[in-house]
Write a protein that binds this ligand. Structure first.
Ligand code: ARG
Length: 459
């Protein structure tokens, strides 16, 4: 009984160090259920086309049912000697049902087997992630709805720019996540193709029925070229790129939450259960969760680069390099899954200090553009209006007050076109309400956007 399924052609056993270096079972055992599922579909097809008799098929089904139970109950004994998940399961199957187990690998290679397993696994994970993205979008909608007319300063260059509704700001992230969800779903289409039947690289001489296996496993179709089927991991790269974008969006929001929670901003507070203290400074409450999300984004970006680099120089077809696809891919899924879960809860645990937001908007001359627009509507060319308002801001700055706090006669020094109706324009609400078109920050538009989003989400 040779140690390895392939050791027949070797004169000496593989070195212990090499065995450990090349084995993947410690991480790819995670694919066990998909491996069994794929094998059962393969066996069913082998029987249907007359390669495997009915007794062997039922022996395989019986053995696999037991193995599945052992895996689920954590009773399966994984062995490094058997190298990877595929050979571990095959070995156990053969020990349980004898020769039928040895026949399972007819018309198949581990090369098309592993590609199939990873695709099956990733497909299910994508479905779970898409649901979690939607769940987070729902949490953002709930908070946005409460703040459709909460005024905050909108920033460019992190300098106060124009007033925006806090709900509008949150809805920007809703939009990003909407595209992220679409990207994941689109990527799923390319994941959901069956490699089995490609065998090692060139196809197989047996009269297999690939379409049947594809149907059996819920794939949308088969990979059309055997060399491509076993060798490319572009679907994993594409997924990781989509994951990196989700993380990038959440990292941006995290950066904002961290800033907003700083006492210098004081815009929000994050519920205690998402924060930690300091072992030395008794007063501290730190936004660890958003900080870690920001940090873990670097980790996912790293996985993306790892996978791209893994692929870039591989000649056709399968190379063992591809075994290295799993850890980055698994960790990307795990990290994104946990991040999305925690994030939705954390958004629900945010409290908003409307006064601080309003105060900050009021202090930054956020309505200066509104004054310029007012002058333009009275016939002044925009560049002249810009100049007049800039001088007014300088004046207000020296008086240490807001534009709206200057008396009318002082304002009129900068343009005689300014009249008493200017004060409605210079309020934060006036500024917000005037941006009343699709995509604008007027509370009416924000509410419309939220309504539309709720319908799209079904929430
Ligand atoms: N553990 C391998 C992987 O993850 C399975 C395929 C191995 N195929 C081979 N010819 N050595 O890619």
């Amino acid at each position: 009984n040779p140690a390895q399924a392939w050791s027949g052609r070797f004169n000496e056993p593989v070195a212990e160090l090499v065995k450990r270096y090349t084995a993947s079972v410690e991480f790819d055992r995670r694919l066990a259920e998909c491996d069994i599922q794929g094998s059962l579909a393969h066996a069913l097809m082998l029987n249907a086309v007359g390669i495997l008799n009915a007794d062997d098929l039922s022996a395989i089904q019986r053995g696999m049912a037991q193995i599945l139970a052992e895996v689920r109950n954590d009773q399966f004994v994984w062995s490094l000697d058997a190298e990877d998940v595929h050979l571990n399961i095959e070995k156990r199957l053969t020990s349980l049902v004898g020769d039928a187990g040895k026949r399972l690998h007819t018309a198949r290679s581990r090369n098309d087997q592993v590609a199939t397993d990873v695709r099956l696994w990733l497909r299910a994970e994508i479905d779970a992630l898409v649901a979690l993205v939607k769940n987070l979008q729902g949490a953002l909608l709930d908070l946005a709805e409460q703040h459709a007319d909460t005024v905050m300063p909108g920033f460019t260059h992190l300098q106060v720019a124009q007033p925006v509704a806090f709900g509008h700001h949150l809805m920007a992230y809703y939009e990003m996540l909407k595209r992220d969800g679409e990207r994941l779903q689109d990527c799923r289409k390319r994941v959901n193709r069956l490699p089995l039947g490609a065998a090692a690289l060139a196809g197989t001489s047996y009269p297999i029925d690939r379409e049947m296996v594809a149907r059996e496993l819920g794939f949308d179709g088969v990979c059309e070229n055997s060399l491509d089927a076993v060798s490319d991991r572009d679907f994993a790269i594409e997924f990781t790129a989509s994951a990196a974008l989700v993380m990038t969006h959440l990292s941006r929001l995290s950066e904002e939450l961290i800033l907003w929670m700083s006492p210098r901003f004081g815009f929000i507070d994050i519920a205690d259960r998402f924060c930690t203290g300091s072992s030395i400074m008794p007063q501290k409450k730190n936004p660890d969760v958003p900080e870690l999300v920001r940090g873990k984004t670097g980790r996912i970006n790293g996985h993306l680069v790892a996978l791209l680099t893994l692929m870039k120089s591989q000649p056709l077809a399968y190379n063992k390099d591809n075994q290295e696809d799993k850890e980055p891919l698994f960790d990307t899924v795990d990290t994104l899954n946990a991040t999305l879960r925690i994030y939705a809860d954390m958004i629900g645990g945010i409290t908003v200090n409307k006064d601080a937001m309003r105060q900050a908007a009021f202090q930054g001359y956020a309505t200066a553009t509104d004054l310029a627009d007012y002058l333009v509507k009275k016939g002044l060319p925009f560049r002249d209006a810009h100049e007049a308002v800039a001088r007014a801001v300088r004046h207000a700055e020296s008086r240490k007050c807001d534009l709206s706090e200057l008396p009318l006669d002082e304002l009129r020094q900068f343009s005689p076109l300014i009249e008493a109706d200017i004060f409605a324009v210079l309020t934060l609400e006036g500024s917000l309400n005037s941006r009343n078109h699709i995509g604008g920050t007027a509370p009416e538009q924000v509410r419309k956007a939220i309504h539309k989003a709720r319908q799209a989400l079904g929430k």
